[in-house]
Design a protein around this ligand. Sequence first.
Ligand code: FAD
Length: 462
Amino acid sequence: MTTDTTTTTEALHRAVRGTVHERGDAGFEAAHSIFYRHLDAVPDVAVTVTSPGDVAAAVTFAVEQGLEIAVRSGGHSGAGHGTVEGGLVIDLSGLADIDVDVERRTVTVGTGVTAGAVTAAAAEHGLAVGFGDTGSVGVGGITTGGGVGFLSRAHGLTIDNVLAAQVVTADGSIHDVDAEHDADLFWAIRGGGGNVGIATRFTYRAHEVGQIVGGLLVLPATPHTVAEAVRIVGEAPEQLGAILNVMPAPPMPFVPETLHGRLVIFALVAFNGAPEEAEPVIARLRGIATPIADLVRPMPYADLFAGEQGDHHPVATSTTGYAREFGVDDAAHVIDVLSAHLADPGVQMTVVQLRPLGGAIGRVPDDATAYAHREWPLMFNVAAIVGEVAQLEAQQGWVEGLAAAIAQGTPGAYVGFSLPDHPEQVHRIYPGSTYDRLAAIKRAHDPGNVFHRNHNVPPAAD
Ligand SMILES: Cc1cc2nc3c(=O)[nH]c(=O)nc-3n(C[C@H](O)[C@H](O)[C@H](O)COP(=O)(O)OP(=O)(O)OC[C@H]3O[C@@H](n4cnc5c(N)ncnc54)[C@H](O)[C@@H]3O)c2cc1C
């Protein structure tokens, strides 16, 4: 939906203390920029909000003007939901407070900060909130989606550590929510994506995480090594978190040149504990095969998030899911399919990312939050990164085919890794009673479906 906003943005200027950016303004680009290049879209107007009152005013303005709303925290949505063609981007980057309460072991943040910024601030006190594997992801998107990362097996998903939140709903009202106040909204904002409102603040429980043993371990990829790596991480003490990427070896200085482009397991590992405790656990991974590169060492947890490329905007397609089992035959199929695409000139990189889960994630009941996939021991992503948008379509078929083979009929998809929505995908993200409860909360708080630029659950019918 687009409208001539040139005369009407005056009302928005008057209503907010933050900055209103219109096409051509200096800050316009930054206020609606997103991670994925192929999903870029240009709004009519963007507003960088600085308070919950600004968010409420922006929502009210958009409703009055009939503008579609996109909510942008870190801009990393794989569906491009952080911006919109025409319409209004509510850019949360001005909600940038980070308050670490060392005594209570809590961290309270504005929802425009990145996971990396929170990690760095908490690390100054030997604390951490578990997010994912990438510092530039916004806390807004990862927290409303679930949050799967290195600390999840030990301490649960990001949402399992949310103690309270502040949420602006479609009527412009501001709610301070927790388990006792507006419990429905509190339930929905933990996993329900942006469906029920805009979170402006989160308070997280933090954990003692200072020095870890972690880093990169590169192993040769064979059906045996891949299946073993998944099994070993899944059975390891919960202090171990690992993300196993089966992918062509990048031309990094510590990878022998003869192996560049050959399939390897590019494993990112983090053991939250002393080196002597970590040693036997990491030794099992090292023992799978002679490592090609072994950079696992005692290090500050926050260093896992350092060294990100600043201005990287890939064009990619991917499919995500969960698996109940992953054995040698599954690994062999992954390797066969990836190998078949190694020489494809249209593809810059292919990867199958395997994330063994379990532990604390599974100890939270499925209906405790709007994330309903706690029983699965493995989450995966299949992705192809290409050079040009026109090359995307050609990759979609095999990416989806491989994902279906890994999932083996297992339903379920993680909202954080899901691509643009279609109804069937939304039901995989929010199965059964989770969908129904979200739809009912949606009817109560957003009957007009103002917040629909997300993996959308429309309001339940009366
Ligand atoms: C490189 C990369 C690595 C990733 N790694 C991980 C990982 O390890 N673990 C993991 O769990 N996920 C991971 N993700 C997925 C990521 O968590 C989701 O894509 C998430 O939505 C991105 O959040 P964002 O704030 O950066 O995105 P945005 O594009 O800014 O927001 C995405 C959507 O989330 C909703 N949203 C954002 N902020 C709010 C808010 N304050 N209130 C209500 N709704 C809001 C809106 O619908 C918004 O459109 C990764 C993504 C990328 C691109």
